[in-house]
Design a protein. Structure first.
Length: 272
């Protein structure tokens, strides 16, 4: 695994880089092109350009989604006004799965290609994914109380989402459990890849077991079965949550790079 402190290494002088250039095979070019995006300076510039746009899209979509969810969509004929919890609960649950799959993919990239930004992404995304999972659990309990008469039941969907939350906590813990950051990142990456088996269990639990949750009504081969007045705010908030995540993960990644550079400067000063 690549140590995050490697991102703080000073850039190589262009003249020196030219002296070390060697002929590359056609097979080596895709890997080299892939690794060029690991350059921290290039990433910082790209993130700086994307963050304002992502933040703007986040505010617009979440604002529009909340307006449609609270004022333009009708109350459910059975659930009444409590159905509005769905507009936060469902996108949060989607994001909990999306973020974990992203972390698992980044972990695979870090283990196979030693890409430094992959480890950095996993470290930055894990607390955000844990937050989405906790929000899904809390809003699910709030929604379940008036519908099911209880805050919690140990059915397959709820239990597997709770396991997902503990996987996030384990990932965060392993990332910070070792003095050697590379060892922590490798251990966390292995956990993320092993834990990805829980994702299809969450997704298909309502089909495989008898649970209190209803089957999928939005993502279906036959098309959504939810009414458009409810589908529109649901999708607006889902996309808004996605851009919210992207904005925050870029902020956290930039902060990690800056912190690594500060640590490297302090170590250089102590060694001088």
């Amino acid at each position: 695994m690549t140590n995050i402190n490697d991102l703080a290494a000073p850039p190589v002088h262009k003249g020196a880089a030219k002296l070390r250039k060697e002929p590359r095979s056609a097979m080596a070019r895709p890997v080299s092109s892939f690794h060029r995006f690991a350059n921290p300076g290039r990433f910082m510039r790209l993130a700086g350009r994307l963050m304002p746009w992502f933040a703007t899209v986040t505010v617009v979509l979440i604002g529009a989604g909340l307006y449609f969810a609270l004022f333009a969509s009708p109350a459910d004929y059975q659930q009444g006004e409590s159905v509005r919890i769905m507009y936060v609960h469902v996108p949060s649950a989607w994001m909990a799965l999306f973020v974990y799959v992203s972390i698992a993919a980044a972990s695979a990239v870090a283990l196979i290609w030693k890409h430094p930004l992959a480890d950095l992404f996993a470290r930055a995304a894990s607390p955000l994914g844990a937050g989405f999972t906790l929000l899904a659990l809390v809003t699910g309990s709030l929604w379940g109380k008036p519908m099911w008469g209880t805050w919690w039941v140990w059915d397959a969907r709820l239990t597997s989402v709770l396991v997902l939350f503990f996987l996030y906590l384990g990932h965060i813990g392993l990332m910070n459990a070792f003095d050697d950051a590379a060892r922590g990142a490798k251990a966390a990456a292995i956990l993320a890849l092993v834990g990805v088996i829980n994702v299809p269990i969450i997704k298909f639990s309502v089909d495989w077991w008898n649970t209190l949750h209803q089957p999928a009504s939005v993502i279906k081969l036959s098309g959504p079965t939810i009414h458009p007045t409810m589908l529109v705010p649901l999708l607006l908030l889902a996309v808004g949550f996605t851009f919210y995540f992207l904005t925050l993960v870029l902020v956290r990644m930039k902060s990690e790079i800056v912190a690594a550079r500060i640590r490297a400067m302090r170590l250089a000063q102590l060694g001088a």
